[in-house]
Design a protein around this ligand. Structure first.
Ligand code: NAD
Length: 295
């Protein structure tokens, strides 16, 4: 096969996150039109990180598209942690706001755990609050972090059976690696978590039926590591030497995989769609007293 361009992999092997995310947004838009409440999402950003600014802009645009109310709160890094905690406290009390998200990473000097813990767990749109992380771990109802939730939805959309499959997750961050490993395990996959100290990473990956790469290094996963017929989920968002957005998985891996997500157009749009879905679910629960505490 000729060299494959990551932007245009063979259609049969490309897991189209962009299309699935658009379908989910369309469904949410219809649901909002028929609802007697308007979901409200607050996105709080601190500092002037360019990537964070563009992610926040995409989230606010997505809210507008589906008919959610949104609020964008931007603080300068010099405002300090207490100002951020005060904003969160005001949003916790605001009945028009059902979901709160603090865009990470925060600037140096901010205590991310303290900040995330200040969000009302019932408004935790990202599912990062320690209480919700714990609930998810023991199998209780909780908002599921958006990127892992989107990955599961992509696997389900492809009809990938997870039970008994060997899954290798590369990366152990709190926002991607750990929760996706937990979710795959809960769906009866046999999960190996690999990280920066893993020995013989290639050997671990070679055994995998399902590979989730969340490392943050362009083209890190090599085609010779891929068992023919594996399913590959590429979470990475990296800029290559020419400024193009590329994933963690070398594009040549498309040739060995049964199916693989492209970057861009794979996991990224699903993360935003799942944020909307989480906000919708929080709004539905908290605007209907009958559903409160029903879990
Ligand atoms: P992180 O920096 O918090 O974690 C990276 C992980 O990679 C770490 O756990 C580390 O142990 C592991 N790692 C580093 N070097 C390694 C090596 N040589 N071998 C094996 N493992 C190694 O990153 P993160 O927040 O989990 O994000 C990972 C990537 O996913 C980034 O590119 C990020 O931009 C992207 N991301 C994308 C989305 C999306 O919606 N598509 C969402 C979140 C993160």
């Amino acid at each position: 096969m000729n060299e494959i361009d990551n932007a245009r992999p063979p259609a049969s092997r490309r897991i189209d996150g962009k299309a699935l995310a658009a379908a989910i947004r369309a469904e949410l838009k219809r649901a909002v039109q028929n609802a007697d409440f308007c979901p409200g999402l607050a996105v709080v950003r601190v500092g002037d990180d360019a990537a964070s600014q563009s992610y926040v802009a995409a989230k606010i645009r997505a809210c507008a598209e589906v008919g959610f109310a949104s609020r964008h709160i931007a603080l300068c890094a010099e405002a300090g942690e207490q100002a951020l905690l005060d904003e969160i406290e005001a949003l916790n009390r605001d009945e028009a706001i059902h979901g709160i998200l603090v865009q990470l990473p925060l600037p140096p000097g901010f205590d991310e755990t303290r900040v995330i813990s200040a969000i009302d767990p019932a408004k935790d749109a990202d599912g990062f609050h320690p209480l919700n992380v714990g609930r998810l771990l023991i199998g209780l109802d909780a908002p599921i972090p958006c990127t892992p939730k989107g990955i599961l939805r992509l696997l389900d959309s492809e009809g990938v059976a997870l039970k008994g499959k060997r899954a290798v997750v590369i990366g152990r961050s709190n926002i991607v690696g750990k929760p996706i490993a937990q979710l795959l395990c809960a769906r009866d996959a046999t999960v190996t978590i690999c990280h920066s100290k893993t020995r013989d990473l290639a050997d671990e990956v070679r055994r995998a039926d399902i590979i989730v790469a969340a490392v943050g290094r362009a083209g890190f996963v090599r085609p010779e590591w891929i068992k023919p017929g594996a399913i590959i989920i590429d979470v990475g968002i990296n800029r290559n030497g020419t400024g193009k957005i590329v994933g963690d998985v070398a594009p040549e891996c498309f040739e060995r995989a049964e199916a693989m997500t492209p970057v861009p157009g794979g996991v990224g749009p699903m993360t935003v769609a799942m944020l909307l879905e989480n906000t919708w679910e929080l709004a539905r629960r908290n605007s209907n007293p009958l559903q409160r505490g029903a879990d």
